[in-house]
Write a protein that binds this ligand. Structure first.
Ligand SMILES: [Zn+2]
Length: 294
């Protein structure tokens, strides 16, 4: 296996009856980080969230995207990351005030939401997770335990250059009993606990697995490439403008001559001139309060 930089690897620990995934990002993460000029503890937390969004796509078969929202009442208001089934990632952070917070501690009333949008069935599933003890990985572990009754262990790490994560889940047989030998899960958990953030970020993913699980019959699946990618489109932006209403759009047109929207994830700019705005509302009644424009 080559040490590809932006990859997700699924794997199984055959003897222990454990499945897992490891993710490592550098260019993709640097692109997301540069987009918002994130640094310090904010970058660390966002990087961990981005890595987690890729990891969480690993056990599910779907076409669509998985999103993580973290809402906090502190200076950091929102962390968001999503990953599509084919490995396109993006992320963003929002905070109060001009400058990003230099310290980030998740408040005890912070809420995590994991949303899975299935594009084929056009369905949406959302699970909510309380953040206890200000710990992101711990909150996710609690989520999988509660929502899927799956013992899960997670290590997440990020710096300004790279982010990564490793997730283990106990696999049950059809009858609900653990699949591996009696001590399998316990062994895997203890091995994972020896993983340092430095190893996760600096060693190639296959070497991380070798270092941790060399006695555990690791079955590694083919790497899935990951890349920065935004799912924004002119159609989606048009839908968003429609939802704001005709009057709002006409007010912007009157003031600025066109309606311009910049995607906050990728900085792509969408411009709608008067004719294009009218097109958006072609089948909607004109707002009566607005003066007619010529
Ligand atoms: Zn975009």
């Amino acid at each position: 296996m080559t040490a590809l930089a932006n990859v997700l690897h699924r794997f199984q620990l055959e003897r222990a009856g454990v499945r897992g995934a490891i993710v490592r990002l550098d260019q993709a993460w640097q692109r997301i980080r540069a987009n918002g000029d994130y640094s310090g503890p904010l970058a660390e937390l966002l990087g961990q969230t981005v890595a987690a969004s890729a990891l969480f796509t690993s056990p599910i078969k779907f076409e669509g995207r998985l999103a993580i929202h973290l809402r906090d009442s502190g200076a950091l208001r929102l962390l968001f990351a999503d990953c599509t089934h084919d490995g396109q990632l993006r992320g963003i952070a929002r905070w109060d005030g001009e400058q990003p917070p230099s310290r980030v501690s998740l408040e005890t009333d912070a809420r995590l939401a994991i949303t899975i949008e299935n594009a084929v069935t056009d369905t949406r599933y959302q699970g909510l997770v309380p953040v206890e003890h200000g710990d992101l990985a711990g909150a996710f572990e609690g989520y999988f335990q509660r929502s899927e009754q799956l013992p899960t262990r997670l290590v997440l790490a990020a710096n300004t250059q790279r982010c990564g994560g490793l997730m283990l889940q106990q696999v049950a047989t059809g009858g609900g009993a653990p699949q591996g030998d009696a001590d399998g899960w316990n062994r895997a958990e203890h091995l994972l606990a020896t993983l340092t953030a430095g190893e996760l970020l600096d060693l190639p993913p296959d070497q991380v697995l070798l270092r941790l699980f060399h006695e555990e019959d690791v079955r590694l699946q083919a790497a899935q490439p990951l890349a920065f990618g935004c799912t924004c489109s002119r159609e989606r932006v048009g839908g968003m403008l429609r939802s704001l209403g005709r009057a709002e759009n006409e007010a912007v047109l009157a003031e600025q001559g066109s309606v311009q929207v910049t995607c906050e994830f990728c900085n792509r700019r969408y411009v709608f001139d008067e004719a294009e705005v009218n097109e958006l509302f072609a089948d909607a009644p004109r707002a009566e309060a607005m003066p007619t424009r010529h």
